[in-house]
Design a binder for this molecule. Sequence first.
Ligand code: URA
Length: 246
Amino acid sequence: MLIWSPESDPIRSAVPRIDQLLANLGYGSRREVRGWIEAGRVTVRGLPAADPAAKADAADVRIDGEPPDHPGGLLLLMNKPAGRVCSHDPAEGPSVYGLLPERWRRRNPPVTSVGRLDKDTSGLLLLTDLSPLVHRLTSPRHKVPKVYRALLDRELPPGADDLFSGGAYVMPGEESPCAPALLKRIGALEVEITLTEGRYHQVKRMLGGQGCMVLELTRIRFGALELGTLASGRWISLPINSLDDL
Ligand code: URA
């Protein structure tokens, strides 16, 4: 019987070991993956992989005949429900990661959120295992516009629009002014606010500084990405280059 081996593979440099590749993609521990290889469930270029330490390109690998799951990285757009944290610490309560398939929760590098939304905030949340993307999108240099919709306990004073857009508004407890933020009034108690920075509890604190308490907060847009009709708690997978222009 023909067995795939590194010796038969001309392009094996700079590619991971098969057991490491599949363990990092969340298929199981390296030990479990080795068991699959021994059982003949893993093939490389159509031939059973015999050696777990052999290197293989993900594009050539099949597990039970299926290609590996998102080998180039995951980028997800989720409609985060209120009541879930963006933290990996189980002590902080149920998390957004608990909504993902188990295999994705086992990936290494881990899937993390691009910035954070508060536990009681809902809406558009990006999740990825591509850490350079997280750094790029959360860097203050990039100024990605994010749009939030807030339900308030009372009407916002008339001057708030100019105050927020003027770039000189200093929130209570801060020393430096907020970057200009666009305010749109949707109804007497509902506003949309566009931020290009992400300070701690920024929307609640900006509106709080104007005497309004935020009763509900939802992020509806991140750069060019919109929440649309995605149901609460659901996610869609995006091509990993969909944020290249941001
Ligand atoms: N601003 C807030 O106050 N909370 C969020 O979750 C996001 C922005």
